[in-house]
Write a protein that binds this ligand. Structure first.
Ligand code: HEM
Ligand SMILES: [Cu+2]
Length: 647
């Protein structure tokens, strides 16, 4: 490969991006050296095994990826805002919708959810950390390595361009000969291993580490949703990993699993992809349901209506989510019987989902509702998500789908599901739990301004797309002529996208503003919460609970407050904690280079990087570090300090 093929060239946009990447990296390096922060960064973050810090890193990475995916989105909207627009060419448009889709789902939505569950789950169940803290760090660094690998494709070698679903034969070596889709297969394999381990870790954590007395049916709803999601992860992700491995073999070693000749079967890819892909939607949506349940019950000042039916409907959804995958390709000709089966299973999902919607409405009924920022997002979610759900049922009807398949109607539908169902949830959760992690709230007034911008602009951006789809505008189409008449609605959608951008900028600005000016919270419970995470001071000390509380009922903390009881008046004992480790971070770097060299089929360096991976793993298994104890005196001191007493 020649150097001019190695770096992506020829476009002012890309040169601009290269220059800014170099400048930002230099600024970070110089800044860290100037302020002497290398040691701090290494000790407190890169080597941490603390679930709260790992959670914060996930969320930070997700916010950066939201920015990257958002820039892609605005560029697409700009290109289609007017007929015969000349901003992007066809190839660039292909690359951008591919990276937008992959980044938003795998490197924004999932890590944002993982970030929140990392921070909150141990606190909600009364645990001192997750079951396997070091594995948790490995999960994060593998996710991060995969995300970085995927992102550099933009400047080195070229981005994938076969859609986020990478259908064969388009994604095969014959029609996509450059390295873009190798990045897809490698980056997703690496981060996928991390995801799988997160799933295992949280199942064990929730099953084994709950505070005494907290039976399954006494768990907060967010914990339930994460437990069910983790089970979906361990069934769904192996399918993706295997499919990606076969993709890699097809593209780089001449096998014929998904090709159109020599016994290959392109539809096999579509099936494997969606056997993972549909449950993936629930991996990001179920925890969102959990977050909304917590927020709605907190700010309606009522216990969650229909707790048991909430749990059952999540279980039913998780089971059904594995039985609907063929609804993504009704038009590929598998016949009426098969299509009929998948139509019915798909429509059936609307039933448990409807149960949940009614449960939230009944929780609100006669509640003393407080319209805080997180509550506003949760209230807006209900009607908007319902539009997404109803249009989903429309798409589920196989015969009707022949009409809307692969049109902008579909694009509108899944954004109506994913943006309220995931993005609003993580933003709501972010505002809700922010004071727990940082010790102060995000400013309410500024938060609400951003909320209104985001909610209104979201609808302006995506509602027109339903009509464009019905008029016949196909998805993934980079341009259209004046005569189609698609112009005005696309322009309207562009206006919405600009509004969304402003909304997100206001949201980020609020983080900055609140960090500087918002008063600190000394109660640890600024929202008058119900679950255990509000029972300790904020920011939460490393050991979480000075004494592990005993649970006798659901929302124990809420009732304890009513009765004026304390959950932590027992004797403090010394606390065992896991020690930090640099190896997960090193493993992430080794995996990054392994992936990078395999992308370019540079086998010698790839073998060296592979050996580095194995050696780091071996070093990890011989590690004999049993952690350390925090002495009683230190716990007592820090509890006093955090609760605002003079020490
Ligand atoms: C923030 C505002 C967003 C805007 C303006 C936006 C806009 C778009 C546009 C214009 C397309 C391509 C339409 C076409 O086929 O030509 C698209 C595709 C897509 N978007 Fe978004 N999007 C946004 C957020 C999101 C989020 C939050 C997610 C997921 C969590 C997401 C997931 C996807 C996926 C999976 C595709 C399909 C990519 C493909 O065709 O391969 N988007 N989006
Ligand atoms: Cu689906």
């Amino acid at each position: 490969m020649k150097w001019d093929e190695f770096f992506v060239t020829g476009d002012p946009l890309i040169y601009g991006a290269m220059v800014s990447i170099v400048l930002v990296s230099l600024a970070i390096l110089v800044g860290l050296t100037y302020f002497k922060k290398w040691g701090y960064l290494w000790r407190e973050w890169l080597t941490t095994v603390d679930h709260k810090k790992i959670g914060v890193m996930y969320i930070l990475a997700a916010l950066i990826m939201l920015f990257r995916g958002g820039v892609d989105a605005v560029m697409m909207r700009a290109q289609t805002s007017m007929p015969d627009m000349k901003f992007l060419d066809g190839q660039h448009y292909n690359e951008i919708f591919t990276t937008h889709g992959v980044i938003m789902i795998l490197f924004m939505a999932m890590p944002f959810i993982f970030g929140l569950m990392n921070v909150i789950i141990p606190l909600q169940i009364g645990a001192r950390d997750v079951a396997f803290p070091r594995l948790n760090a490995i999960s994060f660094w593998l996710f991060f390595a995969g995300a970085m690998l995927f992102n550099i494709s933009f400047v080195i070698g070229g981005s994938p361009d076969a859609g986020w679903s990478a259908y064969f034969p388009l994604a095969g070596i014959e029609f996509s000969p450059h390295v873009g889709n190798n990045y897809y297969s490698l980056a997703l394999q690496i981060s996928g291993i991390g995801t799988l381990m997160t799933g295992l870790n949280f199942i064990v954590t929730i099953m084994k580490m709950r505070a005494p007395g907290m039976t399954l049916m006494k768990m907060p709803m967010f914990t339930w949703s994460v437990l069910i999601t983790s089970v979906i992860i361990i069934f769904a992700f192996p399918v993706l990993t295997v499919a990606l491995l076969l993709m890699m073999f097809d593209r780089q070693f001449g096998t014929q699993f998904f090709t159109m000749q020599n016994g290959g079967m392109d539809m096999l890819w579509a099936n494997l992809f969606w056997v993972w892909g549909h449950p993936e939607v629930y991996i990001v949506v179920l925890p969102a349901f959990g977050i909304f349940s917590e927020i709605i019950s907190t700010f309606a000042k009522k216990n969650l209506y229909g707790y048991k039916s909430m749990v059952i409907s999540m279980l039913v959804i998780s089971g059904l989510s594995f039985l609907v995958w063929a609804h993504h390709f009704y038009t590929m000709g598998q016949g009426a019987m098969v299509n009929g089966f998948f139509s019915i299973t798909t429509m059936a999902i609307a039933v448990p989902t409807g149960v949940k919607i009614f449960n939230w409405l009944f929780t609100l009924h006669k509640g003393r509702i407080e319209f805080t920022t997180p509550m506003l997002y949760s209230l807006a979610f209900i009607p908007i998500f319902t539009i997404g759900g109803v249009t989903g049922v429309m798409l589920a009807m196989a015969s009707a789908d022949y009409q809307y398949h692969n049109t902008m109607f579909l694009v509108a539908h899944f954004h109506y599901v994913l943006i309220p169902g995931t993005v609003f949830a993580v933003i709501a959760g972010f505002h809700y739990w922010f004071p727990k992690v940082f010790g102060f709230r995000l400013n309410e007034r500024r938060g609400k301004t951003a909320f209104w911008f985001i909610i209104i602009s979201f609808n302006v951006t995506f509602f027109p797309l339903f009509f464009l789809g019905l008029q016949g505008m196909t998805r993934r189409m980079y341009t259209y002529s004046e005569e189609t008449g698609f112009g005005p609605l696309n322009m309207l959608s562009m206006v919405g996208a600009i509004g969304l951008t402003i909304g997100f900028i206001l949201l980020v600005y609020n983080i900055y503003w609140s960090t500087r000016y918002e008063p600190r919270d000394t109660t640890g419970d600024p929202w008058d919460g119900r679950s255990l995470e509000w029972s300790m001071p904020s920011p939460v000390p490393v050991y979480n609970f000075a004494v592990v509380p005993e649970i006798t009922k659901r929302d124990e903390f809420w009732f304890a407050k009513q009765e004026g009881k304390s959950l932590s008046d027992k004797k403090i004992e010394k606390i065992h904690m896991p020690s930090n480790s640099g190896k997960p971070f090193i493993l992430g770097i080794a995996f990054f280079f392994l992936g990078f060299f395999v992308v370019f089929s540079w086998w010698t360096p790839a073998i060296v990087a592979g050996i580095a991976v194995l050696l780091t793993m071996a070093a990890m298994s011989f590690d004999r570090d049993d952690g350390y104890y925090i002495p009683v005196e230190e716990v007592v001191q820090s509890e006093k300090r955090l609760r605002g007493e003079r020490v």
